[in-house]
Design a binder for this molecule. Structure first.
Ligand code: ASP
Length: 316
C-alpha cells in the first residue's frame, strides 16, 4: 500500500503578488511541519485517522491558519469553530459546530466519533461533552490574532462577511476583497489501505446567527470511504453545502466509475463553477493516488507519499 498524506491550509485569492517572502516562508514551514508529523504516524504503521488528526492539530496550533488558534472573529467578536473527522474503513464520523474555547476542535470531533454515540454536536452541548471527555480548553486571549482582529474591525459594522462575491448586495461577501479561506484539512491512506479525512475551521470573518459552513458537514466538506476516496474541502461554504461536494465526488467514483482526478475536476471545475462557488479539495484513494483540485487562484497545499517527498505549493 502506498501510504500518503495530503493537507491543505485553505484556498482563495492566493497569488505571488499578495505574499512576501516572509509570508511564503511561514506557510511553507507551517505546512511542512504538519505534513511531517502526520506522515510520521503513517510511517510507524499508525492509522489514517491518527495521521489526519495529528496533522490537523499542528495546523490548528499555528495562528496563520483559520482553525483552532488562528480562528477568525464572528460578528460578536468571538471565535466559533467547526470540525469533522471520518474513518473510511467503517464510515464512522464525528463532527462539531459552533464550539468555543476548545483548543483543538479536531480532537473534539474525534471524541464525538469514538465516544458520544452521535455524529454531530453543536454549541454549548458540544462544550459540555468536551468537558466530560477532559478535552483541553483555552481562554479567548489564546485565539487572539492581530491580523484577524483587524480584518474583523474593518467590516464588523457592516452586513458583509469576509469573502469575495459577485452578487454584491449587503448580507453577502465584500466585493473584490483579497479573500482567503484559511481552513485546514487532511486526507490520508495508511499502510492497510484505510482512508480518513478531516477538516477544521473558524468559518468566515463577521459571520453571525450561528452560521455554519460546509467543513463539519459529513458529505459536504468532509468525507471518507475506503471504496472510493477521502476528501477535505475549502472554499465558500454555502456553495459547497449546496453542492454536497465531498460525497458527490465519492458518488462519481462509486456509481459512474470516474477516476479520482475525473471526479474532482467534474465537481470543482464544472459543477461548482456553474453555481459560482469558489474553492478546492484535496483527495486520496486507497491505492495512494492523490489530487489537489481548485478553481480559485491558489490553495495552500502539501503532500507526502512513498514516491512524492514533500510537495508544497500555493499558486496555480
Ligand atoms: N469552507 C469554510 C466555510 O465556509 C471556509 C474555508 O474553507 O476557509 O466555513
Amino acid at each position: 500500500m502506498a501510504i500518503t498524506l495530503v493537507i491543505h491550509g485553505g484556498a482563495g485569492n492566493i497569488t505571488p503578488s499578495m505574499m512576501n517572502k516572509e509570508q511564503e516562508a511561514n506557510y511553507h514551514e507551517g505546512l511542512e511541519t504538519a505534513l511531517n508529523k502526520g506522515y510520521a504516524v503513517l510511517e510507524k504503521g499508525g492509522t489514517a485517522i491518527e495521521s489526519v488528526a495529528t496533522a490537523i492539530v499542528e495546523l490548528e496550533n499555528n495562528p496563520i491558519f483559520n482553525a483552532g488558534r488562528g480562528s477568525v472573529f464572528t460578528k460578536k467578536g468571538l471565535h466559533e469553530m467547526d470540525a469533522a473527522i471520518m474513518d473510511g474503513s467503517t464510515l464512522a464520523a464525528g463532527a462539531i459546530a459552533g464550539v468555543r474555547n476548545i483548543k483543538n476542535p479536531v480532537l473534539l470531533a474525534k471524541e464525538v466519533m469514538l465516544h458520544s454515540g452521535h455524529v454531530f454536536l453543536s454549541g454549548k452541548g458540544a462544550g459540555e461533552f468536551a468537558l466530560s471527555r477532559g478535552l483541553e480548553f483555552a481562554p479567548d486571549e489564546y485565539f487572539y490574532n492581530k491580523d484577524r482582529y483587524d480584518q474583523w474591525i474593518a467590516i464588523r459594522d457592516s452586513d458583509y462577511y469576509q469573502l469575495d462575491h459577485k452578487d454584491d448586495n449587503l448580507k453577502g461577501m465584500i466585493p473584490n476583497s483579497n479573500h482567503k479561506f484559511g481552513t485546514v484539512g487532511a486526507v490520508a491512506c495508511d499502510s492497510h489501505g484505510n482512508l480518513a479525512a478531516s477538516t477544521s475551521t473558524g468559518g468566515m470573518t463577521n459571520k453571525r446567527f450561528g452560521r455554519i459552513g460546509d467543513s463539519p458537514v459529513i458529505g459536504s466538506g468532509t468525507y471518507a470511504n475506503n471504496n472510493t476516496c477521502a476528501i477535505s474541502c475549502t472554499g465558500h461554504g454555502e456553495f459547497f453545502l449546496r453542492s454536497v461536494v465531498a460525497y458527490d465526488i465519492s458518488c462519481l467514483i462509486e456509481y459512474k466509475g470516474y477516476s479520482l482526478s475525473e471526479a474532482c475536476n467534474k465537481v470543482v471545475k464544472e459543477k461548482l463553477v456553474s453555481l459560482g462557488g469558489e474553492g478546492g479539495v484535496i483527495a486520496v484513494n486507497s491505492i495512494g493516488e492523490y489530487e489537489f483540485c481548485f478553481n480559485s487562484s491558489g490553495m495552500f497545499r502539501a503532500a507526502k507519499s512513498e514516491k512524492d517527498k514533500n510537495v508544497i505549493a500555493y499558486y496555480k
